[in-house]
Design a protein around this ligand. Structure first.
Ligand code: SF4
Ligand code: SF4
Ligand code: SF4
Length: 902
């Protein structure tokens, strides 16, 4: 049988691969066939009957969505017979569809309306049971963002398919049949407990006004423009359109990007708007009167000259290394590049860093050491589609990277095996083949145990080890003592399950390791990362499709913040500041003599401030009082400074300590780029200009640089990217112009012709050979004792992000989850007399807070877990600032606490 066919469609002769449907063939050749229920890759139930076509030799009409095109077919897609038939179908559909089009939020984008117009159907001639706005069914609209009007539902089932197949959640169902059929939707009174994630992906595919986002009621489709940009929350890098009416963002909708494939999560879809237009946005620069502690509004000229004068005076008095400047992992690559350039050229120090220090610096350091590049090795699509097994360690993507979580759920439903290694029973554990519910802080022992089994059972890739690695013998010796029994004891896991997991991962053809902060945020975080790399290299799962070591980076542009050189040891592109040749290159490019000494890491800057070594600090868009461990220690550090400048959208807790506050602008008001977790540089585009004196961050920085005596010419973000490309070999082929043309590029992209690098280490690891780093297990720094008998872990939840500066300004997200809580094991709760929902006290050696107890089995006995987003439960008052020796990342994931009734 030939693998190609030839058909005639509307008198056009078309050649196509065998096996395609008539509908697909038509769409591929831009021939219109109407559909209402069909959704590509999701639903082809053929119930609307609108896609029927005539095929020569067949008496009956055939549904194009379900009929395969066959060689020699002669197909007609429009004819008087088809028109008559489609009119009749529309007539039937309309009989049970409210026609209040004038006030319907879908007016103008409704597919049913468009087809009725096309086929001249104005009203139904049938008396359906719900015809003409006799509302049989009440609206279901308790959910803050989504609304279901059963009276407009045409029962196409697209939404059910989207929730099941794309989102992998399956919380929509059917009730009744025939004319009494409605959807069982989770948007009613129980919307908080229904399991619905309020992602809105169902509303996105509804062809009518039945299932809508409530924001749609605020505009008509012809009144708005759409601005394609990149989500400002997590590093998945989802593409979205901001919908803008008169300088107001009125909605956001998914766009089809390489990492999100037309999906968004609740934060991207509903949490990307309110903070931009929030009433408490800073609108003017502020200078604090140190005597009174109050701020006064000042002009930009005054703010810039005051700031420059004070930094220069401190430099003069205490030396360049008494100053430091942090970039913001939320802002664009162009902003970040200018922050580190200002710190290096004007302050004269390498004391620059970004918040990767407290989340994934262990990744940057660890993977650079073992593989030669500290970044995710494979693209998201590559590690979630068509893989045999996923080893998910210390990562809860359903909440922290939800669109990745959706793709993992889909993969598992399609047969991919899943190993979850996590101290908590996260959502994905329900789907897992193996869940290793290990003791917090024991990742290194777990990995050593896995490798022990792989070596003992000869499951590893001997050829890869021989040809592409070094240090195998030492690793082999080291893991010898990590027997499943010993590891079972250290990790509190079943040794047999460890063996099962090792076999499953090692023998799978395509198996990525995906990990997150559960691996990095430990005092042995870098060794945890290197242990992930050890496992992958041992099994030869590096440099191959569907494999690799894949850290899910946290904030939207934390990858970019590291790439752009907001690091004390590296210029942009991980070029080392202590390499004389590299330094000479940057001195030539920037026209100054540069400091040869690596700077202080952010987590060392705060103790240095307390010791009086750091006197002046510039913080762009970070809120360390909320986000860094041991809040009182950070407060003390900020109080110790002689001069603090904060550039932000809001008067954050950290900004309140500042001497000068400079109002910047949000992602929706600027041009630039973000780099997502898979190293993909994507465009950020300006959607609105808002009232106020806020200024683009790059312009503020350029003014400051000039005021400090560095002749920085004015540059647009596109021109800044040109400069980045000139000084950064891995970005040499990247420009705004090219990104606008191709959508996104994954670095390394060394020339304008280079297509970017989806998979790293192909052929051989970037450092030549993968290094096996033999890491012995070391216990966490602060373990439970009699006084502090429980382990506290921290993490993210679906509805908020980090310090919640953005998400807490979305009332709907606060409604969905607005209160700090602590997960407590039911046995501990029973012992302590704590009831579910009760507000309790939580204390560590560093402080005490309150939180609402969630009692259950998510955490093991002796362990607790808290999210770090909520003002009413500021968990970083409790966390430990113990640092990893390599990357200086703090141990957010383990500290010892007590819990008590109020
Ligand atoms: S909002 Fe998302 S999770 Fe909820 S029903 Fe719709 S698709 Fe499913
Ligand atoms: S709500 Fe919309 S997508 Fe879902 S079945 Fe009804 S018409 Fe179809
Ligand atoms: S998964 Fe991340 S990038 Fe995507 S919409 Fe959600 S928050 Fe935004």
């Amino acid at each position: 049988m030939s693998d190609r066919i030839t058909v005639t469609m509307d008198q056009k002769v078309i050649s196509a691969p065998a096996g395609v449907t008539i509908l697909k063939l038509a769409r591929d050749h831009k021939i219109f066939i109407p559909t209402l229920c069909y959704l590509e890759h999701v639903s082809d139930i053929g119930s609307c009957r609108l896609c029927v076509v005539e095929v020569e030799g067949y008496d009956s009409l055939l549904p194009a969505c379900r009929t395969k095109a066959e060689d020699g077919m002669v197909i007609t897609t429009e004819s008087p017979r088809l028109t008559k038939y489609r009119r009749e179908m529309l007539n039937l559909i309309l009989s049970n569809h409210d026609q209040d089009c004038m006030t319907c939020p879908a007016n103008g984008r409704c597919e049913l309306q468009a087809l009725c117009n096309r086929y001249g159907v104005k009203r139904s001639s049938y008396q359906g049971s719900g015809r003409e706005s006799k509302r049989r069914y009440p609206l279901v609209e308790d959910n803050p963002y989504l609304s279901y009007d059963p009276n407009k539902c045409i029962h196409c089932q697209r939404c059910i398919g989207a929730c099941q197949e794309l989102v992998g959640n399956g919380v929509l169902g059917n009730r009744g049949s025939g004319t009494t059929h409605v959807l069982e939707t989770p948007f009613g009174k129980n919307y908080k407990t229904s399991g619905c994630e309020t992602c809105g992906n169902c509303a996105n595919v509804c062809p009518t006004g039945a299932l809508t986002t409530k924001r749609e009621a605020g505009y008509q489709s012809w009144e708005v423009k759409r601005v394609r940009t990149t989500c400002p929350h997590c590093a998945t890098g989802c593409q979205l359109n901001l919908i803008v009416k008169d300088q107001q963002i009125v909605n956001a909708e998914p766009a089809d990007g390489p990492s999100n494939h037309g999906l968004l999560c609740v934060k991207g879809r509903f949490g990307s708007i309110d903070f931009v237009h929030a009433n408490d946005r800073l609108k003017k620069p502020l200078i604090k009167d140190r005597a009174t502690g109050s701020f006064r509004e000042v002009s930009w000229d005054e703010a810039i000259s005051y700031t420059a004068r004070h930094f220069l005076a401190l430099k003069e008095q205490y030396g360049a290394d008494s100053l430091a400047g942090f970039a913001c992992s939320r802002s664009t690559n162009e902003d970040i590049y200018m922050v580190q350039k200002m710190v290096r050229t004007c302050f004269g120090t390498n004391n620059t860093d970004n918040c990767a220090r407290v989340c994934h610096s262990a990744t940057v350091t660890g993977l650079a050491k073992t593989l030669g590049s500290g970044a995710m090795t494979n693209p998201i699509a590559d590690i979630t589609q068509d893989v045999d097994c996923i080893l998910l360690v210390g990562s809860n993507p359903e909440e922290a990277h939800p669109v990745v979580g959706m793709q993992i759920r889909k993969a598992v439903r399609n047969g991919t095996k899943l190993i979850v290694v996590d101290p908590r029973s996260i959502g994905l554990t329900k789907m897992a083949d193996v869940h290793l519910k290990l003791r917090p802080g024991t990742n290194v022992a777990f990995a050593n145990g896995m490798m022990h089994v792989m070596i003992q059972e000869k499951l590893f890739d001997e050829v890869y080890v021989q040809e592409h690695t070094e240090g195998f013998e030492e690793l082999k010796r080291m893991v010898e003592s990590y027997t499943p029994e010993r590891v079972g004891e250290i990790c509190h896991i079943d040794p047999d399950q460890l063996v099962e997991a090792a076999r499953m991962y090692a023998t799978a053809k395509k198996a990525p390791i995906i990990y997150c902060l559960g691996v990095t945020e430990h005092s042995t975080g870098t060794e945890g990362v290197m242990s992930m790399s050890n496992m992958a290299a041992l099994c030869g799962k590096i440099g191959r499709s569907g494999c690799g070591v894949n850290p899910l980076r946290g904030q939207n542009n934390v990858q970019g913040a590291c790439d752009m050189g907001a690091q004390p040891t590296d210029y942009p592109g991980y070029q080392k500041v202590d390499n004389p040749e590299v330094r000479a290159k940057f001195e030539k490019a920037w026209g100054v003599t540069l400091n040869p000494l690596p700077g202080l890491k952010a987590t060392d800057v705060f103790p240095a401030a307390i010791e009086g070594k750091i006197k002046g600090l510039y913080i762009c868009g970070e809120d360390p009082i909320v986000s860094d461990p041991d809040t009182h220690h950070i407060e003390k550090a900020l109080e110790s400074l002689e001069f603090l400048v904060v550039q932000d959208l809001f008067l954050t807790k950290t900004a309140k300590y500042a001497d000068v506050v400079l109002p910047g602008i949000s992602f929706a008001e600027k041009e630039g780029t973000f780099t997502n977790t898979e190293r993909r540089v994507q465009r950020v585009r300006k959607a609105v200009t808002l009232e106020g004196e806020m200024r683009p961050d790059t312009e503020i920085l350029i003014d400051l640089m000039n005021a400090m005596g560095y002749p920085q010419k004015h540059m647009t973000p596109a021109q800044i990217m040109e400069e980045i490309a000139q000084v950064t070999p891995s970005f040499r082929g990247i420009s705004h112009e090219r990104l606008d043309a191709v959508g996104g590029l994954q670095w390394p992209c060394p020339s304008p012709e280079h297509p970017g690098t989806p998979i790293m280490h192909v052929g051989q690891p970037a450092r030549g050979k993968a290094l096996f780093y033999p890491a012995e297990y070391q216990a966490s720094r602060e373990l439970p004792d009699e006084e502090y008998p429980l382990i506290l872990m921290t993490g993210r939840i679906l509805y908020h992000y980090n310090a919640a500066a953005m998400t807490s300004r979305a009332p709907g997200l606060v409604d969905l989850s607005g209160e700090g809580f602590i997960e407590v094991n039911y046995r501990d709760a029973k012992r302590l007399g704590i009831a579910n929902g009760e507000r309790i006290r939580v204390g560590s050696r560093r402080g005490e807070i309150t939180a609402t107890a969630r009692v259950g089995r998510k955490v093991s006995e002796g362990e607790t877990w808290m999210p770090f987003h909520f003002e009413d439960s500021p968990v970083n008052v409790l966390t430990n600032a113990a640092l990893d020796e390599f990357a200086r990342i703090p141990e957010y994931k383990v500290c010892a606490v007590w819990i008590k009734k109020m």
